[in-house]
Design a protein around this ligand. Sequence first.
Ligand code: UDP
Length: 324
Amino acid sequence: MRVLITGGAGFLGSHLADRLLAEGHSVIAMDNLITGSTDNIQHLIGRADFTFIRHDVTNYIYVSGQLDAVLHFASPASPVDYLKYPIQTLKVGALGTHNALGLALAKRARFLLASTSEVYGDPLVHPQREDYHGNVNTIGPRGVYDEAKRFAEALTMAYHRSHGLDTRIVRIFNTYGERMRLDDGRVVPNFIGQALRGEPLTVHGDGSQTRSFCYVSDLIEGIYRLLMLPPSEDASLPINLGNPLEMSILDLAKIINEMTGNPSGITFRRMDRIEGDPQRRQPDITRAQALLGYQPTVSLQEGLARTIAYFRSRVSVTSPSCHA
Ligand code: UDP
């Protein structure tokens, strides 16, 4: 297959590129690099089966030649990033999705949308199944991301129903691993960066809020299986992917401090918790298990160990915050 990945220089986009190339497909990665980085795809540059195009997909997308699949992964995805880029986040979810769908239609390519557990908002139903419609505050600080992705899902289904386009929607739950940015604000890189610098971990609120963390290779496996699934009505309906192992943010902080031997403990930052920060989040992956035979296999200890090793080489021991 010849595959376009929007957001191809991002955390998930670059891992997907690696996986597709390893399976013998060719990849065009497109990214405007506002939150992605060419560091993530440096090792692929120069390969005959890989092309990088710097482009903002909120503008018309031109790709010459045949395309078999369009994977739409372009978007700021961490709360800190989408608060910094609220309009870009809305535009890439709306205009970017429209352009990517239009391209897929013109090429008669399969389309896969990277959606999110944020479509469930601060959920009132637990764990979250795909048929739960969510609890989103349209005008809250997270609304820019949540509504962009909800619109993107609606537009994807409209293209599927009106144009018969072969589409897939994956709702991605918290995922971590190599190539996250140390400064992207998400809890795993934040905590590991702080721990490696010997600083206290900044737990927002009282840390009782929960998340369920999936290691990146498990998520990529699920996405690849979904992409390869033969077309059917079921394949086109949204599907949760993540790891159902739920834990509190406070417990995550304790585990990271223990694994890194950080002596500085934890500091509680009540004011740093962003309004609408979901209190509980856990995927129900029954549908993914049935449809894809999906089952995460990497334990939290193992995934964190790999991620810590990756960040260790990136955290400067002489960084100013170390002496603050
Ligand atoms: N969080 C935290 N300390 C940090 C960063 C995040 O306690 O330094 C909390 C945040 O308030 C949220 C959870 O960790 O409850 C997960 O946040 P993240 O930004 O990783 O993603 P989210 O799941 O909220 O989209």
